[in-house]
Design a protein around this ligand. Structure first.
Ligand code: PGA
Length: 251
């Protein structure tokens, strides 16, 4: 079983969402291999719509693309973990590079966002990834591990929570450039080694996902790389037929 997560980002208007749901719901369980864990992160505006209309088979989950670091109150434009949960989100992406770059989501904010998610029993899918400059400097392994450790070691998880980490090299997002198998497996191996060394790390079950230019042609190969537990998919999740074909392609 792999975790396959769609990140729609800021795409799809109301009619398109209705069409997406209708088309995707038509595929039978066998057709979309319902033994995978499938997550959809629509814009927050549509979470409740998916909750009400999306197929209710086991193994389908709705998630948030980000959540507020604050619990409640005068924070114009923000959406809290509690609200996301009550609308139907059971997991949340936290630390996506587009949030880190465009909204300055720094470590202090990310710790708070994770704590908000955990307080609502929302599964955290923590996103990390190096820029091309850092990869060329040769420091990419420690850079990515520090992104993980600096935030998640500060989170109040107390060994009780499951965690997913999505490794997404910044230059691979939306670019069609996927790292080599060797590069992805090296990163996953390094993260697992560090998780073992840092046995005080507060999560009990950690799965590693890859994201960045995953498509119908490469999904199965990447999903079956060593230590890979799943995929985070942007562009290729916007078309429901492509997305269901992609899920089906992953063995
Ligand atoms: P992409 O996006 O699949 O369009 O590269 C992935 C992501 O940003 O999560």
């Amino acid at each position: 079983m792999k975790k396959i997560i769609a990140n729609w980002k800021m795409n799809l208007e109301l009619l398109e969402v209705q069409n997406w749901i209708e088309t995707f719901n038509k595929f039978s369980q066998q057709e979309i291999q319902n033994n995978h864990w499938i997550g959809i992160c629509p814009p927050a505006l549509w979470i409740n719509k998916l909750q009400d209309n999306f197929r209710n088979d086991a193994n389908f989950y709705i998630g948030a693309q980000c959540i507020s670091m604050n619990e409640v109150g005068a924070y114009t434009g923000e959406i809290s973990a509690k609200m996301m949960k009550s609308a139907g989100a059971s997991f949340a992406l936290i630390g996506h590079s587009e949030r880190r770059i465009n909204w300055d989501d720094n470590n202090e904010y990310l710790v708070k966002q994770c704590n908000q998610a955990i307080s609502e029993y929302i599964l955290v899918v923590f996103c990390v990834g190096e820029t091309v400059e850092i990869r060329h400097s040769g420091d990419h392994l420690m850079f990515v591990w520090n992104q993980i450790y600096d935030v998640l070691s500060e989170v109040s998880a107390n060994n009780q929570y499951e965690l997913a980490i999505a490794y997404e090299p910044v230059c691979s997002i939306g670019s069609g450039m996927v790292p080599t198998q060797e590069n992805i497996e090296e990163m996953f191996g390094f993260i697992y080694k560090q998780l073992l060394i840092n046995s005080n790390f507060g999560f009990q079950n950690v799965s590693l996902l890859y994201g960045g230019s995953v498509n119908l042609d490469n999904a199965n190969t990447i999903a079956n790389m060593r230590n890979c537990s799943g995929l985070l998919i942007g562009g290729a999740s916007l078309n429901p037929t492509t997305f269901s074909d992609l899920i089906r392609s992953v063995k």
